[in-house]
Design a protein around this ligand. Structure first.
Ligand SMILES: *[C@@H]1O[C@H](CO)[C@@H](O)[C@H](O)[C@H]1NC(C)=O
Ligand SMILES: *[C@@H]1O[C@H](CO)[C@@H](O)[C@H](O)[C@H]1NC(C)=O
Ligand SMILES: *[C@@H]1O[C@H](CO)[C@@H](O)[C@H](O)[C@H]1NC(C)=O
Ligand SMILES: *[C@@H]1O[C@H](CO)[C@@H](O)[C@H](O)[C@H]1NC(C)=O
Ligand SMILES: *[C@@H]1O[C@H](CO)[C@@H](O)[C@H](O)[C@H]1NC(C)=O
Ligand SMILES: [Ca+2]
Ligand SMILES: [Ca+2]
Length: 842
């Protein structure tokens, strides 16, 4: 029995299965037959009965098989090359006779070929020729099959292995080569085939830029359930340069949502996808793509919801070239992927052969490196990669150095047929073998860093070689396992910075105890028992559905006066208040970035355009940029009180001293950029409790002379309720045009640095008891070497789990710029919530 079951299970893939089943039935009935012989008189009746059972079982099995093997539809898109015919212009237009003639010939070739294979032929339903392109003639097709489910994988395999022979058709002899077919989604392929739908056929002219866009752009949003395609062509021996000038689609919500796909092909071919795009791209991202041949396809597929502007694109042609890499003989130079910063073209191989003077060695500094493909392991780099000394590099990497211990280095670049990225930009330099980093520290990797960066507790080399065997300073502690020195403010913040937990060891609660946000330990059983045992609400704030409770300073107060225990219920997408006031549209339409994509400036200090649209630059006639501020409504800015204290004969406390610049990115363009909005200040008021000695209550608000309209570059940040919790250890961002070094001048481009909320006990120790409950401490996590702590009055932006951004703090005081081991101090906005409400009504 067992064996037969296994046998059956092993062969569901062939129609012989039915025969096998018939064979195995008598065996099942052997016992029954034996019983029959005992009752000889009933023999005939028995046989009739068995026959009836057998036929019933067969019937059931046949039904079973027909049901199980109901035919499935399979579709393949692909291409083949006709090598003995020239391409003529008429082949570009599906409405010409020539197109029809050649289509029917190729259809016949495909039909004959499919029929010659028993795993394919019987299931063919339909062939459509979808286009021709040069080379000699590349023919794109869609083939549709109906196949019993259990034969579908055999069909896939046969299609994958299929070869097409030269075929004599009527009087014509077609030599066919390079047949390739890939499974595709029939529904989409069919819709895209339909020329009555949103289909466009464009051919570039030499020296002319051809534009196209989503239908209705920019006046109307693109429609729901849209299937659009743009077939782009260039002249023979040319390639296409496609550039999206504006790209504003629905924010990405994979695997569904709206997306635009660019193919290095004339039809939808999965293995020729160059890029899949969704969301919005800031103008700083170079959305330019280069084809490998003289065709390209852009498709747009949208879901049933949402209204978004769409895209505006343009393309040009240029003579085809595969030139890249080359021989480099200078002592130093630069190299980059073809067309950088555009995406590199698919199917490219480049070699840079670099030889510096014999007595020198050479190293390569990769300044930008983006070779990221979806779903590809970045450990093996099988698809696109850079190869040096037999080691492959891919993915998205922060700047790194590769050195050679000789005067020669070979850099190889490979891109496969699908998915391209921005590529890399690098420089090579030659160095003295004996002194690779004059007046600097030499990392193990060959990178040179400032001597001051050695043993400062920060991994500047990237391989930690600057932090090995160091003596820790007073501002540092030593991790147990790796003995590395780290800043003290990393102690007891809930983040395992040492890797072995030794920085969190002495502040954990005993087993079966819960750690409250205020540091207290309470027994686990007290969690969710409707009593605030922590004293700060921690043990009652994460208990599933929001419950109403007595109002305290740790509970969220709904508009109807009820209070709920849930942690940060505001705008989290769930209506927690009975009156829904926690999800009010008016208070939730804040803290959003128009450009949903994260910036590509890895580890950099320059903010991206539109990344911090609430950042305001407050300027005076005499000094230019002086303080930062945050936009919280069309007319109100929040800033620091200490910016508005009269000093050195300047009336900083007067509104007419100040001008606000909104939507500003680069100080150089503050008068020329059309994104920038300038406003006079109508009213200015610093907190009366501001203490200019302790900097307690360091907050002020400013009222603009007239409201601003929100744009891609100007948006308000959310003001947190007083019960809002920004936990210790949370990463937040500080931004500003503050001085790049302590005595230096300000930055031109808006700067950003990642910092982290520090354990207030530890911070207070580091700052000699200067903290008040209206201050929060935060310490440097990452950014450029010279990342400044931002500038006074500027925002501390916290990205909450739903992506909304809240004003956690206002830059107040600290130890100046670039002190990576000293924390900065910020006005705690939650502690100022009532003051904000009383003064601004917000
Ligand atoms: C595809 O081919 C079939 C049969 O040859 C034809 O009826 C159908 O109209 C074609 N579809 C398109 C979109 O060309
Ligand atoms: C994008 O890159 C291309 C190719 O290098 C370049 O020609 C173009 O000027 C760039 N465009 C933008 C907007 O930076
Ligand atoms: C140079 O590097 C290669 C491998 O990168 C190594 O095999 C060789 O021993 C090195 N030579 C010297 C002199 O360090
Ligand atoms: C660490 O301190 C010891 C003793 O003060 C000193 O001898 C040693 O050179 C120091 N090491 C470093 C790397 O500074
Ligand atoms: C802060 O650090 C102290 C030790 O300095 C520790 O007792 C306390 O639990 C920590 N607080 C938090 C919230 O982790
Ligand atoms: Ca690729
Ligand atoms: Ca360091």
């Amino acid at each position: 029995m067992k064996e037969q079951e296994i046998k059956y299970n092993n062969r569901p893939q062939s129609f012989n299965g039915i025969e096998e089943m018939v064979e195995f039935l008598p065996a099942t009935n052997t016992k029954k037959m034996e019983k029959m012989t005992l009752k000889k008189k009933l023999l005939i009746v028995g046989i009739v009965g068995v026959a009836a059972i057998i036929s019933l079982i067969i019937g059931l099995l046949v039904w079973h098989f027909v049901y199980r093997n109901a035919p499935v539809t399979k579709a393949f898109t692909g291409f083949l090359t006709i090598t003995n015919k020239p391409f003529i212009d008429a082949y570009e237009n599906p409405k010409t006779r020539e197109f029809a003639d050649l289509s029917s010939q190729v259809t016949e070739v495909l039909q004959n070929t499919y029929r010659s294979d028993p795993a394919i032929g019987p299931y063919l339903v339909n062939i459509n020729i979808t286009g021709f392109s040069e080379g000699s003639i590349i023919t794109y097709f869609l083939s549709e099959f109906k196949v019993p489910a259990y034969k579908a994988s055999a069909l896939d395999k046969a299609m994958n292995e299929l070869k097409v022979e030269p075929i004599k058709l009527r009087q014509m002899f077609l030599i066919v080569d390079a047949f390739k077919a890939y499974p595709t989604d029939l529904h989409m392929a069919r819709q895209l085939l339909d020329p009555e739908r949103c289909s466009f056929y464009l051919h570039s002219r030499p020296g002319v830029t051809t534009q196209f866009s989503t239908p209705g752009f920019p006046h109307l949003p693109y429609g729901p359930n849209a299937r659009c395609q743009w077939q782009l062509r260039a002249d023979a021996d040319h390639m296409i340069l496609l550039h999206f000038r504006t790209f504003k689609m629905e924010p990405c919500k994979p695997p569904r949502g709206d997306y635009v796909t660019v193919y290095d092909s004339l039809t939808v071919l999965e293995p020729r996808i160059m890029v899949k795009l969704c969301g919005s791209y800031p103008p700083s991202y170079n959305l330019t793509f280069v084809s490998s041949q003289n065709v390209m396809l852009v498709t747009m597929v949208t879901d049933h919801e949402g209204k978004h502007p769409g895209f505006l694109a343009e393309f040009t042609q240029m003579p085809r070239t595969t030139l890249c890499g080359g021989s480099f003989r200078e002592a130093s130079g630069v190299l980059s992927t073809p067309f950088y910063p555009a995406h590199y073209p698919p199917s490219r191989d480049c070699i840079w052969d670099i030889q510096v003077p014999e007595n020198k060695h050479v190293k390569i500094r990769f300044l930008m490196f983006y070779l990221l493909e979806p779903l590809v392991p970045i450990t093996t780099c099988p698809n696109d990669y850079v190869e040096i000394h037999n080691k492959r590099y891919c993915g998205e990497r922060s700047p790194f150095v590769v050195s050679s211990n000789s005067s020669r280095i070979m850099v190889k670049f490979h891109s496969d047929e699908s998915y391209t990225d921005t590529g890399f930009m690098a420089e090579y330099v030659s160095y003295e073998p004996k002194n690779p980093c004059p007046d600097q520290f030499t990392c193990k990797s060959g990178r040179c860093i400032d001597l001051a960066r050695k043993c400062d507790g920060w991994n500047d080399c990237g391989d930690s070689s600057d932090e090995a065997s160091c003596n820790c300073s007073a501002l540092q502690f030593r991790c147990k396992t790796n003995q590395v020195c780290k800043p003290r403010f990393f102690l007891c913040d809930g983040v395992n910075d040492c890797g072995d937990g030794s920085d969190e060891q002495d502040c954990q609660c005993p087993d079966k105890y819960l750690k409250c946000r205020n540091g207290k330990c309470v027994p686990q059983e007290q969690k969710c028992d409707k009593t605030d045992n922590c004293g700060d609400g921690t043990d009652e704030s994460e208990c599933g559905n929001a419950q109403t409770t007595a109002c305290t300073q740790n509970t969220y107060k709904c508009d109807n006066g009820e209070c709920i225990t849930k942690l940060n219920p505001q705008c989290d997408g769930t209506k927690d208040c009975a009156d829904g006031s926690d999800e009010k549209e008016t208070s939730c339409s804040c803290g959003k970035r128009p450009y949903s994509r994260k910036t590509r400036i890895v580890g950099g200090v320059n903010a991206d355009i539109g990344e911090w649209p609430w950042q305001v630059s407050l300027q005076t006639q005499r000094d230019g940029h002086t303080c930062g501020a945050s936009l919280v409504s069309p007319t109100i800015l929040l800033s620091a009180a200490h910016c508005f204290q009269d000093a050195q004969g300047i009336r900083y406390s007067q509104p007419n001293t100040w001008t606000a610049y909104l939507g500003l990115h680069d100080q150089k363009t503050r008068t020329s950029s059309s994104d920038v909005v300038v406003r006079k200040i109508k009213k200015l008021s610093a907190n009366r409790d501001f203490n200019s000695y302790t900097y307690d209550n360091d907050i002020a608000y400013l009222e603009l002379e007239s409201p601003v309209a929100y744009t891609d570059f100007i948006q308000p940040i959310c003001i947190p309720e007083s019960s809002h919790v920004f936990p210790v250890g949370r990463s937040i961002w500080v931004t500003g045009w503050g001085a790049l070094s302590e005595s230096g001048t300000g930055a031109e481009i808006l700067q950003k640095a990642e910092i982290r909320i520090i354990n207030q006990t530890e911070c207070d120790k580091l700052l000699d008891d200067q903290l008040t409950p209206r201050m929060i401490c935060a310490g440097y996590v990452s950014g450029g070497i010279d990342a400044c702590q931002g500038d006074s009055g500027g925002p501390l932006s916290s990205v909450e789990t739903n992506g909304q951004i809240y004003l956690a703090g206002i830059v107040s005081w600290g130890e100046g710029c670039a002190r990576r081991n000293k924390p900065g101090v910020y006005t705690k906005v939650t502690a100022m919530r009532d003051w904000i409400k009383q003064n601004t009504g917000l």
